[in-house]
Design a binder for this molecule. Sequence first.
Ligand code: CP
Length: 305
Amino acid sequence: MRHLISPLDFSVEELERLLNLANDIENNPDKYADACKRKKLATCFYEPSTRTRLSFEAAMLNLGGSVLGFAGADSSSAAKGESVSDTIRVISSYADICAIRHPKEGAALVAASKSEIPVINAGDGGHQHPTQTLTDLLTIRSLKGRLDNLTIGLCGDLKFGRTVHSLIHALVRYENVRFVLISPEELRIPEYIREDVLKAKGVEFQEVERLEDAIGSLDALYMTRVQKERFFNEEDYIRLKDFYVLNKAKLSLAKDDMLILHPLPRVNEIAVEVDDDPRAVYFKQAKYGVYVRMALILTLLNIEV
Ligand code: CP
């Protein structure tokens, strides 16, 4: 039995197969319509979500399966003090596979250690968000045609943004990927990623504060929101929340084929006027999330079509 807790749980070759499967699902949805008949997905979300939870549910429904679950800790027995370990033991008798989101780093790993069904980390605190990474990789590969030889700009809250942490872990395994890390001083990438991932693997990167200084060199710009829920005080959040706003003026400095990605939800960091620009692919990215989660469910359940 396999789980997906970190983006590194799949080798580059396995990722390639998963992304190919996602592209096949996109092109031939009918072929997969009954692939998960009589299978059930549990979505255990202890934190708010729109895309991740609903795209998982859409994925399972598209595969002919069923879904059950809860959308907040308050509506589960966590509110009465039940542990994640006990909850997953029970869910193991109700479903065939489980996607879990939790505010604590490591919660999905704990769940996996007690589970009798595959567990998917749908976001654990400020740590990792591997299925968002699968979505991001599928989007970049589908629209750029490659995952190597790219200059990727990561902009915004690089300290608390788990999507950025997971994406860096995944992309450093590809040839000649360079990063431009764009953040205010207080929201710089955590030390362990700078030292143990980027420097340790000899990956080319630079850290800058001004988006305007970096945007012209990028093949893809990954915007992120400032993670309000991870701040200890509101004043700091208010001071930093609008540090970056990508608008048409800034976009005029970018390459004609630069992709603009965002895991969403967006708050204020991309002006609505940018949405109609052909380089803005963040809503397409959310759609790719369904195909890749379908591919992931099939892979973890060992179902071949
Ligand atoms: N990208 C993402 O994780 O969105 P949700 O928080 O809406 O699931």
